[in-house]
Design a protein around this ligand. Structure first.
Ligand SMILES: Nc1ncnc2c1ncn2[C@@H]1O[C@H](COP(=O)(O)OP(=O)(O)OP(=O)(O)O)[C@@H](O)[C@H]1O
Ligand SMILES: [Mg+2]
Length: 355
């Protein structure tokens, strides 16, 4: 096992810069997710670490070794991709045992290792079946078992759960987490599913345009997004944003926009420009009667989810979203009053978090 250090790598395809001067240190035993929209360079970064792409600049270290120019097979990392690429003519047993056979391990030892791993993934009953006789989720478990059985120095997983149905995905997610805790193998995990990233990771790397926007623990990313991009990308339903300015009134700092007047905690660095107030849907309370400091709104849409209801309300021409635990008494077109519990302030122009 080992840490993985990516130092200032850049990868270009023609004119397009897929990865732009990206650095990242994944510690030994750590589970790190690369999260970002389609095309932001997640797969390319991963392929560079695996040795399937050669970066135009920068270096990659696995443990103490500079692997930048090594062939994939000399890096001792295990890859699991979205399409699991099992060998169709091999049974589960032989698929999982294949990397061990390549290494020259004898059959009894190989079988023992395969059976132990298969047990861990709950596929020990399926060892004599061929891939075509397995469901998508079972095939994915075989692919993961094949990666695990080698005890690689690091795992690289590129959206390994994206081809399986929603229910199984949730099960596999928990299984992956348990596995990672049990084995402690350094893992880089690519996803554009924020729930996956938040639930699985020790740390999350949020990317845009081939660059790192923020690296942090899941709750840091959620609670203290470094900029508007991260704030918009993480959280569902997304954070609500209001554009306005800060004013000093009677010793208090107040955020003022066309529709809102909210006392806020003064940011350390007072901005010269306009500011954007960000409020998570769970920090926006819906009240049915007016009171001091609450803003009038009208309910436009209700989305009951069972455990909560997402309330879409209009303030002037803005639509805001709130999550409420109990939405039974609310109705569309009803007038309500919204109260902001906690907020974040961003510099509108640069997007940087101010508070
Ligand atoms: N072999 C290639 N040739 C040309 N352009 C490429 C190649 N591979 C990737 N790109 C481009 O590089 C950029 C980053 O692609 P990459 O596959 O790394 O994105 P991603 O973050 O994995 O996206 P997704 O979430 O859709 O998988 C994209 O603009 C893509 O079109
Ligand atoms: Mg990709």
């Amino acid at each position: 096992m080992a840490d993985v250090r990516i130092e200032r790598i850049t990868k270009q395809f023609g004119q397009a810069i897929a990865v732009n001067d990206l650095s990242l240190h994944v510690r030994d035993h750590e589970f790190v997710s690369l999260l970002g929209p389609s095309g932001c360079g997640k797969t390319t970064t991963m392929r560079c670490v695996a040795g399937l792409e050669r970066p135009d600049a920068g270096q990659i270290f696995i443990g103490e070794r500079d692997v930048t120019t090594l062939l994939p097979r000399d890096r001792d990392v295990a890859l699991v991709f979205q399409s699991y690429a099992l060998y169709p003519h091999m049974t589960t047993r032989n698929n999982i045992g294949y990397p061990l056979r390549l290494r020259g391990m004898d059959k009894p030892k190989r079988d023992a290792a395969v059976e132990e791993t298969a047990m861990m993934f709950g596929i020990d009953e399926l060892l004599e079946r061929f891939p075509r006789q397995l469901s998508g989720g079972q095939q994915q478990r075989v692919a993961l078992s094949r990666a695990v059985v080698r005890q690689p120095r690091a795992f690289l997983m590129d959206e390994p759960l994206s081809n399986i149905d929603a229910l199984l995905r949730v099960t596999m997610r928990a299984e992956l987490k348990r596995l990672q805790q049990q084995l402690g193998i350094t893992t880089i995990f690519v996803t554009h599913d924020q729930v996956e990233a938040l639930t699985l990771s020790d740390r999350i790397v949020v990317m845009e345009f081939g660059t790192v926007q923020q690296v942090g623990k899941p709750l840091e990313i959620y609670r203290q997004p470094a900029n508007l991009f991260v704030a918009r990308f993480v959280g569902s339903p997304p954070m609500n944003f209001f554009e306005g300015e800060l004013r000093s009134e009677a010793g208090e700092t107040v955020f003022v926009s066309d529709m809102l007047r909210v006392p806020v905690v003064a940011p350390r660095h007072a901005p010269a420009n306009r500011v954007t107030l960000g409020v998570r849907p769970e920090s926006l309370t819906v009240e049915s009667a007016p009171s001091d400091g609450a803003t009038r709104a009208k309910i436009a849409l209700l989305e009951p989810l069972g455990y909560e209801t997402i309330v879409h309300a209009t303030i002037g021409s803005d639509v805001v979203r709130s999550r409420v635990a109990d939405g039974e008494d609310l109705a569309v077109d009803q007038d309500v009053w919204l109260r902001i519990g906690s907020e974040l302030l961003f510099d509108t122009q640069s997007g940087v978090l101010l508070s």
